[in-house]
Design a protein around this ligand. Structure first.
Ligand SMILES: [Zn+2]
Length: 273
């Protein structure tokens, strides 16, 4: 095991304390890590930030690497990412709903290096990504975490109507065929080379979509999603208030000025040619 306080020159911070709470930049700290695992982590972060339009961040907060408990953390072979801080931008993992393109772009490249990635939709992982190398990088139809990722990108990056439930079925396999064809990638997704190509293209497409200016329509969709997640007794009142706002003739006129700039077709064209 090795002691580190940075990866590829990016300082590692801890922000899960009363005076340095979750979501802040926290404080730089030493972490124990397995050397082989560190090698993978370096390669992964190198690739993530090479493609990420925001470039190399100033701080990465982690909930930990070596943790004295059973599992990969107990061997210093797992990494938890809480948040990423650039000069003018922050990705806090609990903010998935508002930063889907950036979040899923990063996750796509992480998946090229780590066989296990647990994200926002995986139980108990709303506030961090967990990554480890305990299984090889490939796609397994029976893997809940991999299918959740797949359904999330099909829904939010490729704009397909799909249920995000982590279960591989007829609907998911049908949409995969359609999207792979559009991307010029061979199926099945379970062939490693096809899966890697999909991860790579999806990462690039997600980052491109992130770069396009977010329109008020897009922000309204995010708001609607947040409302749907509220407890029933609050949901109705908030939804009513939003609807009366949207139904107002001046709001409608204003919104008509904006198109949804999620211009997927031309982004795909640009990435695959
Ligand atoms: Zn973890």
């Amino acid at each position: 095991m090795k002691t580190i306080n940075q990866v590829n020159g990016i300082p590692l911070h801890y922000a899960r304390l009363t005076n340095h709470p979750y979501g802040t930049r926290g404080q730089q700290r030493n972490f124990l890590i397995d050397e082989g695992f560190l090698n993978t982590l370096q390669k992964a972060l190198q690739e993530v930030f090479e493609h990420c339009p925001l470039g190399i961040p100033e701080v990465l907060t982690t909930a930990g690497i070596f943790v004295d408990k059973p599992g990969q953390h107990g061997h210093g072979k797992a990494f938890d990412i809480d948040a990423i801080f650039w000069n003018n931008e922050t990705l806090v993992t609990t903010n998935f709903i508002h930063q889907k393109e950036l979040y899923l772009g990063i996750e796509s490249f992480l998946r090229k290096h780590f066989g296990i990635v647990l994200n926002y939709y995986y139980p108990n992982h709303k506030d961090h990504w967990h990554v480890d190398t305990s299984v090889p990088v490939d796609y397994n139809e029976s893997s809940k975490s991999e299918t959740l990722y797949l359904q999330l990108v099909l829904k939010y990056i490729y704009r397909e109507e799909i249920l995000v439930d982590g279960i591989w079925g007829r609907q998911t396999s049908g949409v995969v065929k359609e999207v792979f064809e559009k991307l010029g990638i061979k199926t099945p997704i379970t062939t490693k080379a096809n899966y890697l190509k999909f991860l790579d293209s999806t990462g690039k497409i997600a980052f491109k979509l992130y770069e396009q200016k977010t329109s008020p329509r897009h922000l309204l969709n995010n708001l609607t999603e947040v409302i749907e997640g509220l407890p029933q007794q609050n949901k109705l009142a908030v939804r009513e208030a939003l609807n009366s706002f949207l139904d107002h003739s001046e709001t409608a006129t204003w919104l008509d000025d904006f198109e949804d700039v999620h211009d997927l077709e031309s982004v795909i064209e640009e990435i695959i040619t």
